[in-house]
Design a protein around this ligand. Structure first.
Ligand code: PLP
Length: 394
């Protein structure tokens, strides 16, 4: 059975060009980039090259790039660094719809006496900018707002939010894990102080990330020990992956053009066809500015996990907005923050496309999904249960 992969916000395929760039560094060139000898030094040189490629992609200086192990590490480092370098400031501003790498860290810090303000979003997932402005205080150590939401693709006006923070002397971090490679980023003309990227979301491998730290930004490392990354992140480098990430950043310009034309057109058609063919559906965040590859569709009175299972039988890979925790299906915190009704939030599916998806794949999905939903709606007593649950929620 052919796999139809529409779960690219979860992870992406490593681009063949990226894999090719990486392979020699698993085999022949296994030296430690920090070694004094030429054998290791040539690997160190490739890491410097990768750093330059990443910097060029972001409109940054190579010294502003720190290689990390993932987007989560970059996110954690940014927040913890800000609290450490600005002793006395004990307030974080973030949003209600952040990825757990920020959200759960902030909850953890809140239990340890840090004040956390989560800015709400409207029904389309747009940030409440008035509440945001009001939340900035002299005690605020850092603002952390995601650039693009991983579940809905909704974009936050991070440049504007960063300028507002800068005017008040507050550090600004953005989780750009889903934005990088899909929309342009130019840090040279930006007020953003720190920015996180994850390799595996832009056709580089898993287990490598970037934290951008603007020159002059106070910074405290999270991983202490080694001198690597100029003492800003200890640990022997994930050499092959860093080289792969550099190559992915080189390719990203071309990929981005495709994301905004071909991928956007495929996504729009997928959405329109499903909405036309399946009654009682809605696209979450459709009224907001969104990533070109993401479509979060709610199917009323159907359980998201059940849709996923039936799609899986046809080789279709997507994600559900629900998380199965301790036997109870909890609708996603993002959709709940947007006020999506329970019966809709429960049956939400995220399709996230990439440059590797084809027209034929979209045709296949829009042919299968209506039959799957019809089958589930006719078979399941879920609809009645949901109606009761919905009444209880209200
Ligand atoms: N931030 C966002 C918005 C994400 O979507 C993800 C991963 O899904 C992360 C952070 C975490 O990245 P990583 O998997 O590299 O830790």
């Amino acid at each position: 059975m052919k796999t139809i992969y529409m779960d690219n916000n979860a992870t992406t395929r490593v681009a063949p060009e990226v894999l090719e760039a990486m392979m020699p560094y698993f085999g022949e060139f296994y030296g430690n980039p920090s070694s004094a000898h030429t054998f290791g030094g040539q690997v160190g040189h490739k890491i410097r090259e990768a750093r330059e490629k990443v910097a060029a992609f972001l409109g940054a200086h190579p010294d502003e790039i720190i290689f990390t192990s993932c987007g989560s590490e970059s996110d954690n480092t940014a927040i913890l660094s800000a609290l450490q370098t600005q002793e006395g400031k004990r307030h974080i501003v973030t949003s209600r719809v952040e990825h757990p790498a920020i959200k759960v860290l902030c909850s953890h810090l809140a239990k340890r006496g840090v004040r956390v303000t989560e800015i709400p979003v409207d029904r389309e997932g747009r940030l409440d900018m008035e509440r945001y402005e009001e939340s900035l205080t002299e005690d605020t150590a850092i603002v952390s707002l995601m650039w693009a939401n991983n579940e809905t693709g909704v974009l936050f006006p991070v440049e504007e939010a960063a300028r507002m923070a800068k005017e008040r002397g507050i550090l600004f971090h953005t989780d750009a894990v889903q934005a990088a490679g899909k929309i342009p980023i130019d840090l040279d003309r930006s007020a953003i102080d720190m920015l996180s990227i994850s390799g595996h979301k832009l056709h580089a491998p898993k287990g490598v990330g970037i934290l951008y730290v603007r020159k002059g930004t106070p910074y405290a490392p999270f991983l202490i020990g080694g001198h690597q990354e100029h003492g800003r992140r200890g640990g022997t480098e994930n050499t092959a992956s860093i080289i792969g990430l550099g190559r992915a950043c080189e390719l990203a310009k071309d990929h981005m053009a495709k994301e905004n034309t071909r991928v956007r057109a495929l996504r729009d058609r997928l959405e329109q066809e499903i909405l036309t063919r399946v009654p009682r559906t809605r696209v979450n965040g459709a009224g907001a500015e969104r990533l070109p590859n993401t479509s979060n569709i709610s199917f009323e009175f159907v359980e998201g996990e059940a849709i996923l299972l039936l799609m899986d039988e046809f080789g279709i890979c997507a994600s559900s907005g629900s998380a199965c925790t301790s036997g109870s299906l909890q609708p996603s915190h993002v959709l709940r923050a947007m006020g999506v009704p329970f019966t809709m939030a429960h049956g939400s599916i995220r399709f996230s496309l990439s440059i590797y998806n084809t027209e034929d794949e979209v045709n296949f999905v829009v042919e299968k999904v209506p039959a799957i939903i019809e089958k589930l709606r006719s078979l399941s007593p879920f609809r009645k249960t949901e109606e009761v649950a919905c009444a209880r929620e209200v």
